[in-house]
Design a protein around this ligand. Structure first.
Ligand code: GLN
Length: 269
């Protein structure tokens, strides 16, 4: 089991809210009203995501909705920016943020030490767990069985599930030979239902959504690893990171983030 270094939350003082008026700018706080930060396009916050990751980002008709979309919209509002969403391949997001194509990567993205070499991350705003999906009648009952047998494992390309599972058996993976990579999590799930692979390792919330949408699948009880989700930001733009962290802090303190998460992931009773 791997442990990921948690990113300490930035210690930032809470800014005082300005007197309320009805215009959007009134929602900005002292800390972000006179921005020292810049974005790629003035007045816009360009977010890269991969919109096949329910309930964080997915299509409802033509529209991309979900937890990340709502949190990023609330952050953009605080910063006085218009959120622009670009739906791209998951494994191109970090490079795009690093290369100055997108202001943020917001895609249920796990903070990892490796990614931290290329981008900065905001304060984490959610937690994910790598889960294992198998067919209802599978002989794979836990992670040890999955690792020990000669099973084929499907993953979404470039995700932490891919990174961990494609690692060598000594490091808790199954090795390259047993990995099948898919551009979208759902493609891996389709391969599982058609018997091409034996298991899918993917984040728990999309796992639940995919299992609910497909007959004959189940999630194993043993989670593989627990992770923090945060927004990826270009390393040079620390002013934007500070402003985003300030906005996230305010949205955490006033309960906005909890209510967005609860709307999509009702507390289990
Ligand atoms: N949390 C996983 C990662 O960051 C998967 C994210 C995703 O597929 N959108 O790699």
């Amino acid at each position: 089991m791997k442990t990921l270094k948690r990113i300490a939350a930035g210690i930032l003082s809470t800014a005082l809210l300005l007197g309320m008026t009805s215009c959007a700018a009134a929602k900005q706080t002292e800390a972000v009203k006179d921005p020292a930060f810049t974005t790629i396009e003035s007045g816009k916050l360009i977010m890269a995501t991969n919109a096949f990751f329910p309930p964080y980002e997915y299509y409802e008709g033509e529209k991309i909705v979900g937890i990340d979309v709502e949190i990023a919209t609330a952050v953009a509002d605080k910063l006085g920016l218009e959120l622009v969403i670009e739906d791209v391949e998951f494994d191109s997001i970090i490079a795009g943020v690093q290369g100055g194509k997108y202001d943020i990567g917001c895609a249920g993205m796990t903070v990892t030490e490796d990614r931290l070499k290329s981008v900065n991350f905001s304060t984490p705003y959610a937690t994910g767990i790598q889960s294992i999906i198998v067919t209802a009648d599978s002989e794979i009952t836990d992670i040890d069985k999955l690792l020990a047998g000669n099973y084929k494992v499907g993953v979404q390309s470039g995700t932490t599930g891919d990174i961990y599972m494609s690692d060598t058996p000594e490091n808790g993976g199954v090795g390259e030979d047993r990995i099948e990579r898919y551009a979208k999590g759902n493609d891996a799930v389709i391969a599982l239902t058609s018997g091409k692979i034996d298991a899918v390792v993917i984040d728990n919330e999309p796992a639940k959504a995919f299992v609910a949408a497909n007959e004959g699948l189940k999630i194993l009880e043993t989670p593989y690893t627990i992770e923090d989700y945060a927004m990826a930001i270009n390393k040079d733009n620390t002013a934007l990171k500070d402003a985003i962290n300030q906005a996230l802090k305010e949205l955490t303190d006033d309960g906005t983030i909890a209510s967005i998460v609860n709307k999509y992931i009702p507390a289990e009773g």
